[in-house]
Design a protein around this ligand. Structure first.
Ligand code: SAH
Length: 495
């Protein structure tokens, strides 16, 4: 049997009316124009090879930088820095520090960034969507940063009782801006060095009245937006005064001179803050960095915990309390807490005379001067001397400055960390606790762990890892932005 299907297609015989023809013609023209627009945006690779007239065709609103092929991937994954050698071309003439749109090699939108023609980091991303970095933008960014801190720290932060890093640069979407908020009371003018806090001051600390900001402008983008940033800081945080501490070496890489002073309101010469239940006197205008290292807050408490726990088995000192060595002690954040936790003695070492002067004040404020000895010395030399003298400790804290400031310094940094940790292991009683840090993001956690293992092997010891820690939560760590994960802390028992 044969199956056959037969279709009869009827072709309309009628002709199009002139109105329909006009409509179809218009539609066809519109479709052609739309696809032309679309295709020309896709065909900008490599962008610089196009004539300027074509390049500027869609650049009506904003200066754009066009990335080389594939360079957008890291940026889309969350890294905020665009290096000079990753840019295929710049459309228009961006003002130094101004906002630019960032596009991938096909011309598609990636986000918005601050432009700096003088820096190797040519552009720093601040948003995917917000075109203008005006006062409104900064207000929104600061409110989001504040919301995160409230989420992390809960009520104390809300009640303004806790000193916090309020804005942590790129990790809070404001590239290059650091804002530390210190809550406390001004030190009384008439109190002499070493004086304890007056009863009135102690009472005031129970419900502190003052909030002072210590701010670093570390990129050209935030430098040129200083006025808007100051207004936004005042509107969101309502501080009593704002100090500027833009005296970090990275300013030079951005083509900026140092700048230190009071930016707004009044800033007392010394402020007394409370941290982990202890009192600390800090100097916002001439202390190191912003005046106090807030990132170590939780690590200081973690270290102090081992003073009272005394897990070492064979220490001859067990009955009378731990002998603590705090190397790179700065103003005594670790030392004071260790002494308050019951250490028999704390030997605090730093090369900065000014930091040690503040440490002595802080020891006095907390009534532990009799158990803290401050020594001004180069840590490397001093550790060697202690070893020669046959000194022994139950708990050692090593918190050196960043040894590796870039990739090329990694080998030198490795040697530095190795030497410090090796000496510390020699100085510890068997079973003693080592609290050791690296704050250089270039020096990866793997490298740091390898150094510790090497030092243990060379000193014929083994390490039992008690805690692997990092910076406190007001210094957020973001995926895709490895530089935000900079602080490595290992608390180990050396057996
Ligand atoms: N542990 C401190 C922060 C340390 S910051 C805290 O909890 O706040 C690093 C410190 O190392 C600084 O105080 C600096 O003065 C000191 N320092 C830098 N190089 C040094 C060296 N070679 N010897 C001793 N101290 C040094």
């Amino acid at each position: 049997m044969v199956f056959r299907t037969c279709y009869q297609i009827e072709i309309p015989k009628h002709r199009l009316s002139s109105r329909d023809r006009a409509f179809y013609a218009f539609f066809a023209f519109f479709a052609l124009f739309a696809s032309f627009l679309f295709l020309s945006r896709l065909s900008v690779t490599p962008f610089t090879s196009l004539p300027p007239s074509t390049r500027n065709r869609y650049c009506i609103f904003m200066v754009r930088i066009i990335l080389k092929p594939k360079e957008d991937i890291r940026i889309r994954r969350g890294h905020p820095w665009i290096y000079d050698n990753e840019i295929a071309g710049v459309e228009g003439e961006p003002e130094p520090g101004a906002e630019v749109e960032v596009c991938d090699a096909r011309g598609l939108h990636v986000g918005y960034a601050f432009f700096n023609p003088k820096s190797k980091i040519r552009a720093r991303m601040y948003s995917r969507t917000a075109k203008k970095a005006d006062e409104e933008f900064f207000i929104r960014a600061f409110e989001a940063a504040w919301k995160w801190r409230k989420f992390c720290f809960g009520e104390p932060a809300i009640e303004k009782r806790m000193s916090l890093r309020l804005v942590y640069g790129e990790a809070d979407s404001v590239p290059g801006l650091i804002v530390d908020g210190f809550v406390g009371v001004p030190k009384l003018e008439d109190s002499n060095a070493g004086d304890k806090l007056s009863i009135a001051q102690r009472a005031a600390l129970a419900s502190p009245k003052g909030l002072w900001l210590s701010v670093q402008f570390l990129s050209l983008g935030v430098e040129v937006h200083k006025a808007e940033i100051l207004k936004a800081l005042r509107s969101v945080f309502n501080p009593d005064g704002i100090a500027e501490r833009s005296d970090a070496p990275v300013r030079a890489l951005e083509g900026l001179p140092d700048s230190v002073g009071v930016l707004w309101g009044s800033v007392p010469e010394r402020i007394v803050i409370e941290e982990n239940g202890a009192l600390f006197e800090i100097d916002l205008l001439s202390g190191q960095k912003t005046g106090w290292f807030l990132d170590q807050r939780a690590n200081r408490a973690a270290a102090a915990k081992y003073v009272s726990r005394a897990p070492w088995a064979d220490s001859p000192n067990k009955a009378i309390g731990a002998r603590v060595l705090d190397v790179f002690c700065n103003q005594g954040g670790f030392s004071v807490l260790a002494a308050r936790a019951g250490a028999a003695s704390v030997l605090a070492v730093d090369s900065s005379r000014d930091a040690l002067a503040l440490l002595r004040e802080n020891a006095a404020l907390n009534n532990v001067s009799d158990r803290i000895t401050a020594v001004e010395a180069n840590a490397f030399d001093y550790l060697r001397d202690l070893e020669k003298m046959g000194q022994r400790f139950d708990l050692i804290i090593l918190d050196p400055p960043a040894f590796a400031k870039n990739r090329t310094a990694l080998e030198g940094a490795r040697r530095g960390y190795k030497e410090l940790n090796l000496r510390a292991m020699h100085l510890l009683e068997r079973g003693g606790i080592l609290v050791t840090f690296s704050c250089s993001h270039w020096f990866s956690p793997e490298m740091f762990d390898a150094v510790l293992a090497d030092a243990a092997f060379d000193s014929n010891r083994r390490l039992r890892i008690l805690e692997e820690r990092t910076q406190d939560l007001d210094h957020p760590i973001l995926s895709g932005y490895d530089e935000s994960r900079y602080l490595k802390c290992r608390i180990v028992q050396v057996v």
